[in-house]
Design a protein around this ligand. Structure first.
Ligand code: BEZ
Length: 203
């Protein structure tokens, strides 16, 4: 079986408990793209800033046809209280589901642990892992940040723009590319085909 960390592997159709009730990941995703991202615990400062930022950008994700699904290793009741805290701290309300993974079953399945960093009980910490899953349920991107480093949501939006463009056209995006910037043609495209595509773009 391919590792769940391999790009191109199928993201599992997990049954999960969230503050919005029980969900199956694929049902929630529907035809959209999915950003599935984990957090060590509720009420922790870095996680609180990340979820506030994700909520602030929710409309930017929606415009791109992307749904958000977070995971944190605490109970649904903790999540509900935490969402109120996040709103107070950031001014943004989390409307997307946060999975309760209190026993860390999903964190283990999805390789979200840090072997080096242990919590007070000596258990490996659950890290900041993020999967971008295409509408075909295949994993398009995986990033893993340690607990001490918050992620950049503008960067995640930038990567989604690049992934969605590359899903439509045989292109690649160069260093520091931003939406609307010049792209490169994949080496598999012949010069003749590239010229035809360029002409049809301009006409
Ligand atoms: C935090 O979210 O602030 C955090 C969580 C776990 C370890 C370190 C920081």
């Amino acid at each position: 079986m391919p590792s769940i960390n391999n790009l191109g592997a199928e993201f599992p159709n997990l049954s999960v408990e969230t503050q919005l009730g029980p969900l199956r990941v694929w049902d929630y995703q529907g035809d959209a793209w999915l950003v599935f991202f984990s957090h060590p615990n509720d009420y922790t400062p870095v996680c609180t800033t990340e979820l506030g930022e994700a909520a602030r950008h929710e409309s930017n994700f929606m415009q791109r046809g992307v749904k958000l699904m977070a995971l944190s290793c605490d109970s649904v009741d903790d999540h509900i209280g935490w969402i109120a805290d996040i709103a107070a701290a950031s001014g943004s309300t989390v409307n997307f589901p946060i999975i309760s993974d209190a026993n860390r079953e999903i964190a283990v399945l999805l390789g979200m642990l840090d072997d080096d960093e242990k919590d007070s009980a000596g258990i490996p910490a659950t890290v900041r892992k993020l999967f971008i899953v295409g509408p075909d349920r295949k994993i398009k991107l995986v990033i893993t940040y340690p607990t001490a480093v918050g992620r950049s949501f503008p960067e995640i939006l930038r990567v989604i723009d690049a992934l969605q463009l590359a899903a439509k056209f045989p292109i690649a995006t160069p260093v520091n590319w931003e939406r609307g910037g010049d792209v490169m043609i994949q080496p598999t495209v012949s010069d003749a085909d590239a010229k035809v595509r360029h002409r049809s773009r301009d006409s």
